[in-house]
Design a protein around this ligand. Structure first.
Ligand code: GLY
Length: 355
């Protein structure tokens, strides 16, 4: 068995996030240890299928877990009700029972959709996350948010459903494109801006190998802690939306051609700039954040016009009534929630633009 780090997330009965190289080859034994004897439906996409499905199925077989697999076409545009329905029908056809499990093998799209399938199939079966992108490793595979997109926007239907375990094989990150790596780096940098200047400073150097594992471990620890104190995003968990209000608007304006992390990076840079102009954010923060984002080829601004961004943001589900909550850095490592009338959104965007 390869070496790995373990982060415990104490929500409900609690679960372990395992982080290390080579774990997919041993995932069967690790999953059996977490969930006991059962059958499994492995859900993956057409990219990840080619790379890792066989390794996972072989390992499940060795651990005596009888598994079936379902592959959907890769891409955010497939995180929809039609593919979810296909997954549910597949599970029913294969007579998955209440004691059986769903295994999400892939990035954020797969984790969100397979997790949602697990949340609703037979009124809820257990599931396991096997993240294969940096974005899924540092953010979406932990914390139990599951969802599909609706025509009106991203993640508009979903459930909170914690996994039984998360097994992050860091070797899978070696096959990611530079764009996909940057996409995940944005969420990791976000964690540094939110909670920890030392973590933020780790992005000054080369982030690979041991250093990348340490970054993932720290991001999972911070996220796990926030989810422990506010699983359903009523208070502190909203901090994790740093850069997301403007970021989601950019993502939507790009018709989801821009990666989530890239859009969040631009949103984060813009809220830092706006925060400085409003006297909330320590001067120099925006420059430091932008310098770090640029090191990973992440955007720090947007050309979309403010009116289009406001319209896109106001269909975001995180708006409640006539107010909108922004996450604003006071300095690197410390952010605050600020609730404003929705009319303030245009002003924040204008102040955030680097003109
Ligand atoms: N990605 C933000 C959260 O899980 O709350």
């Amino acid at each position: 068995m390869p070496e790995y780090k373990t982060v415990k997330v104490n929500v409900g009965k609690g679960y372990d996030v395992l982080i290390g190289g080579g774990l997919l080859s041993d995932c069967g034994g690790l999953i059996a240890g977490a969930v006991g004897k059962c059958r499994a439906a492995v859900i993956t996409d057409s990219n990840v299928e080619k790379l890792y499905l066989k390794t996972v199925l072989d390992s499940l077989k060795t651990a005596d877990i009888d598994a079936v697999s379902f592959t959907f076409p890769a891409g955010e545009e497939n995180k929809n009700i039609s593919v979810l329905s296909d997954i549910l029908e597949f599970m029913a056809e294969n007579r998955l029972g209440r004691g059986d499990i769903v295994i999400a093998l892939g990035g954020g799209v797969t984790g969100d959709m397979a997790g949602f399938a697990a949340a609703v199939y037979l009124r809820g079966v257990r599931y396991v996350q096997l993240p294969t992108t940096l974005l899924a490793a540092v953010d979406s595979s932990v914390g139990g948010k599951t969802a599909i997109d609706l025509t009106r926007g991203k993640n508009l239907a979903g459930a909170f459903k914690q996994p039984e375990t998360v097994i992050c094989d860091t070797d899978t990150l070696k096959t990611l494109s530079p764009y996909q790596m940057s996409n995940g780096m944005a969420e990791a940098i976000k964690t540094g801006v939110l909670f920890d200047r030392n973590l933020f400073c780790m992005f000054d150097g080369d982030v690979s190998g041991e250093r990348l594992e340490s970054v993932i471990e720290q991001c999972v620890r911070y996220k796990g802690h926030i989810v422990e104190i506010d699983e359903k995003e009523r208070n502190e968990r909203r901090l994790l939306n740093l850069g997301h209000t403007i970021g989601h608007a950019i993502e939507k304006c790009s018709e989801y051609k821009m990666g989530h992390g890239h859009a969040v990076a631009a949103g984060m840079a813009m809220i830092c700039r706006a925060g400085e102009k409003l006297g909330v954010t320590e001067p120099g923060t925006a420059e430091a954040v932008c310098d770090t984002l640029r090191r990973f080829d992440l955007p720090t601004n947007t050309d979309y016009n403010t009116g289009d961004l406001v319209s896109a943001a106001l269909s975001d589900k995180k708006r409640s009534g006539g107010t909108i909550t922004f996450v604003v850095p006071e300095r690197i490592g410390k952010c605050v929630l600020t609730t404003e009338p929705v009319e303030a959104l245009g002003r924040y965007i204008e102040l955030g633009k680097d003109k």
